[in-house]
Every structure is written in C-alpha cells, then in structure tokens.
Design a protein around this ligand. Sequence first.
Ligand code: HEM
Length: 402
Amino acid sequence: MSAVGPLPELSFDETFLRAPQQTLRPLLDAGVRAARIREMGTTLLLGWADVHAALLDRELGAMGAAYYAKQGWTRGPYIDWVNRTVVFLDPPDHDRLRGLLGRAFTPRQVARVRPITERIAGELADAAAARGEVDLYDAFAQRLPLQVICEVIGIPGVDAARMGAWTAALSLATAYPDPAARAGADAAMCELSDYARALIRERRRAPGDDLLSALIGVEEAGDRLSSDELVAMIAQMLYAGHETTRNLIGNGLFSLLRHPGELARLRAEPAGIDAAVEEMLRYEPPIIFVSRVVRGARELGGVPLRDGDVIHLSIASANRDPARFSEPDRFDPRRADAGHLSFGFGGHFCLGASVARMEGRVAFETLLRRFRRIEWCGAEPSWAGDTALRTLERFPVRLVAA
Ligand code: HEM
C-alpha cells in the first residue's frame, strides 16, 4: 500500500529521543507506516514488518557516512572512522571484516568469557554493596560490559575508565549531534586512535592471548588488515561492546523496578532470566533506530524513494508494534511471542548478541542473588534526549545486601 498524502513529520530531537515509543505508537495505531525526519528530509519506517524486511534487504546499502552528510558533517576523524567501520560498510569490505571479527564470537569464546564476566560482576557487586547507594550505570551496568570487552580485546583494566569516556563521546554523535558533540566525537576518536596504535605496536612486539593479538596475526600472515582497519575495529568493539549492553542491563533493571511483581517472580524463579532478558531487549531496546541508504529508485513502507536517500528503521516502535506483539506495551518477562529486532537482523545482525545475552544473564543473576532489595533513590530516573541509544540520564539506586 502506498502512503497517501504527506508523511507525518518528526525530529530526532530531545522530545522524540526521550520517548520514541510514546511518540510513534499513535502513528502505528493510525495505520501510518512511515514518518519524515524534518531536519534531514529522510524517512523513518515504523512497523515491525517493514523494519524487518528492510533489515533483510540486501539491496539497501549500509549507512556509511551518508547519515552524517545529510547533516552537513562530511569530514574529520569521526567520519573517517565511520568510513572504515564494519557496521557501516557494504560487501565486499563488510563481509571480509565481519568474517574476521566473527572469530571472536564463537560459542567457545563466549564460554571462555563467561567466568571472566562472573568474576567482574561479583567484584562490582561487592564494591556496590559496600557503598549502599550508587549510580547503577557507574557502579555496575556500564562497568561490567566495559571491563569485559577490555579483557576480550586485551586492553589493560586500568585503562577502562578512559575507554568509557571516549565511547561516551562517540555515543553523543549517534543522533543529530550539535557542534560541541561533533567536536567531542572527533577529539575522542583522535585520542582513542593514538591509544589503539600504541597498543597494536605493543602486541606486535609481544602477542598475548587476546582478540587484538589474533587479529594482528591475521594481518601479519597475509595482506589482510591494515593498521587503520585494526584501529577502527578496536573502536567499534569498544563502542558496540558496552554502550549497548550497558543499556540492556540499566534499562532492564529499570523495567523490573517499575514492575515489582515481575521482579519478585524473577527472584523466585531465576530460571526465567533468559526469557526476561529477551523481554527487556524488546521493551526498552538499547538502540532506538539504525539507518540505511537506498540503492536505485523504489518503494519502502509505502513511500517512493530515490537512489541515495537515507532511511531509518525504528527498532523502538517495531518492538512495540501491535500487529506483531500481543499487548506490546505490557512488560511481560514470560512473553511467548519473541521476535524483537534489538540486535538487528540479516547481514548486519549483531555479532556480539551471544556475548551481550550472556552478560545480561550474569548481570541479573548477580544482582538478584546479591541484593535482597534494589530501589531507585529520589525521583524516577529520566531518559536521555541526546543520543540514538536508549539510556537513562542517571540511575541512582539503593542496594540492600542479601
Ligand atoms: C545488548 C547489547 C547489544 C545490542 C542491543 C546491539 C545491537 C546491535 C545492532 C542493532 C546491530 C546492527 C546494526 C545495523 O543493522 O545497522 C549491531 C551490530 C553489531 N554489534 Fe551489537 N549490540 C549489542 C552488543 C554488542 C556486543 C557486546 C558486541 C561486541 C562485543 C557487539 C558488536 C557488534 C558488531 C561488531 C556489529 C556489526 C555487525 C555487522 O555490521 O556485520 N554488539 N549490534
């Protein structure tokens, strides 16, 4: 069905980013399949079926730097990184880099990382228990995946805080960054690249039992990975590896605290944690939308599009589409109709999904076992309005040890 008349208009502004589901749900209910993003003249697909089909559509190009070009941001260290990063690339470059990175995410590797994750989660829980009142992100949700991904890559633990500051600056470039956010992302990329180059030199001299050494090995054996590609991979892994998983843990706990009956049930039946993690991902997806470039004139979501147009695929509304999920606005950790799109789908399906799921499981097993009571302090936390990641601004909680 073609869209009739002009599309509803939206902005990737604070109002939208703070409440994407609430903004888009009335449109879905009214049978609207797509909206126009005012500031870029781009199209946002809303429903599960359209988003799913677009994620599977090999005729659509990866986002590349086109998303930023629509905003007039065409140069600089951050844009250079985008142009070299697996998730933003098309075949053949994409397939080659994905194939290499895929070696890090075999079931054996995930099994290797699990005890590391359990140890780190236990240490963080001990430290948080000693303080009683903490910011959950700072004390746990952010630190756990950050320290895990540092261990996986081979970045010394003492440098984790610096990595976190750099990737936080990168995440502020994901929606519609203002000049300060662009400058912050450029500066972070420069510093992170210098750090990564030094680490690569060190691992070339003395390889370790880590992902970076393995990737360097591949490069040395043939002509495969350039230093620039290695740097881009380190940045991508650091960024993708924890900014998102932080939101799975933080948003997931937030959903549980807002539904105390479900929290109590999960405590009583911890075997339900796997299903609960899936529902956390559906209900408050860590990434609000992803983007693609249209190749050749065609129609998507009922909207006629031209070659080179940028489209966005709204994971947030797809996951709450009443045409796909029963009672989509109900947080139901025992939901039978799974099928969220929070890890994407198709050619760019998240390479770290099994690691992220394992980290989510370990995080909630640890939190529920170690703390008899978890409650937020003060007013209900509010959602951030300056990033395409779904994340809380702050999450102060009071923890009472079991
Ligand atoms: C809950 C946590 C996570 C979520 C919600 C998430 C979400 C996503 C999504 C939506 C995509 C596809 C983007 C697109 O289609 O444009 C993606 C790709 C990717 N993710 Fe994740 N991710 C998570 C955790 C991780 C972790 C832990 C890692 C690495 C350790 C990781 C590494 C990657 C990589 C390398 C890609 C690019 C795959 C490709 O382009 O072929 N992610 N992720």
